[in-house]
Design a binder for this molecule. Sequence first.
Ligand code: SF4
Ligand code: SF4
Length: 107
Amino acid sequence: MMAGSRPKWDISDVDEWGPDDHELGATIPESGNSVLNITGGWRSLLPIIDCEKCDGCLLCYFYCPDASILMEDGKAVGVDLDHCKGCGICAKECPAKAITMVAEKKE
Ligand code: SF4
Ligand code: SF4
């Protein structure tokens, strides 16, 4: 099924798998690999965090589907640009209105 040198999460040949290769319910050959999926390139909107308004409630941190909120000393201070895909959930959930989504300029 999978060549020896390829990572376990590479399922690009999934169409060639037989029934015995599929786990019941889902095929997740290796967990904990989402960090390898660089989703920042999808982004058209960028969250800007006003640290002065942030009261450290952590809602943005917990709601972010990409675990991209960067915290420092109990406050949100920025986002992981490699993984933030600009969905805007953090801005929507922030009760302090400390996060604003702005159009991101691409090179
Ligand atoms: S915009 Fe979406 S992906 Fe980016 S930090 Fe906010 S919740 Fe996370
Ligand atoms: S949701 Fe808003 S107030 Fe809460 S930690 Fe995030 S930026 Fe700060």
